[in-house]
Design a protein around this ligand. Structure first.
Ligand code: BG6
Ligand code: MG
Length: 216
């Protein structure tokens, strides 16, 4: 790794470092079924990077019933309790050992941070044994606007004392690539986000990241 233009890498969590998408899907599916609203994996994919309440609003768009703020908060709480009971089963084995090694190596040359819309980010990082690996954790607990607003990434850069142009964002969601672009960050897309025109780089695997960082 020679030409170090970026000083930090800000990682999205869900779908990038670990794969909680199926848990989100199963929890929302149970909620949607109980409300009689059609919901499938394709609809779940559109909720990536979107906050819990905004996800619920998107699901409720398929319902003819209107819900009060208090009812929506109760539904979100129910979804979160289902989701957290699934998260409890996560262990360090849920992180690819090669990804863990890559993060360790990257951490020697770059500051590394989390930029996640999730309010469960710390809990997940603890379960998968990565909580101490990151220099900063910016998550859904300290933002007013979720992706595609860049607030969560700006907070991460602020925590690191860096400017957006010094940080590379890694994302699997279109909303996350848009958030990075809206905040003046370069981005590396993996998974579905690779189809996003605003991505700076496209990765087939997270393990390609060191090569991308050495490239500029
Ligand atoms: C994002 C997920 O990381 O976090 C979204 O991609 C999710 O699907 C959002 O809705 C909020 O998560 P949580 O854990 O706060 O409900
Ligand atoms: Mg994600």
């Amino acid at each position: 790794m020679e030409a170090k233009i970026y000083k930090a890498v800000i990682f999205d969590l869900d779908g990038v470092i670990c794969h909680t998408d199926m848990f989100h899907y199963r929890a929302w599916k149970e909620i949607a079924d109980s409300l009689g609203i059609p919901f499938d994996e394709e609809k779940n994919n559109r909720l990536r990077g979107v906050s819990r309440m905004e996800s619920l609003e998107m699901i409720l768009a398929g319902s003819s019933v209107s819900y009060s703020r208090r009812e929506k908060e109760a539904i979100c709480a129910r979804k979160n309790s289902l989701y957290r009971s699934m998260l409890k089963s996560m262990t360090p084995a849920d992180v690819d050992p090669a990804v863990r090694r890559m993060l360790e190596e990257l951490g020697a040359d770059y500051r590394i941070a989390i930029g996640s819309s999730s309010r469960n980010a710390t809990f997940i990082l603890e379960k998968i044994g990565l909580l101490d690996m990151f220099d900063a954790i910016s998550d859904g607990n300290n933002i007013k606007r979720s992706k595609p607003d860049p607030e969560v990434f700006r907070n991460a850069a602020d925590m690191l004392g860096l400017s957006p142009y010094e940080c590379l964002v890694v994302e699997d969601a279109e909303s996350g690539i848009e958030a990075a672009g809206n905040g003046g960050f370069d981005s590396a897309a993996i998974g579905d986000a690779k189809g996003c025109a605003r991505a700076t780089y496209r990765l087939d695997s997270l393990l390609e990241l060191p090569a991308v960082l050495g490239r500029r």
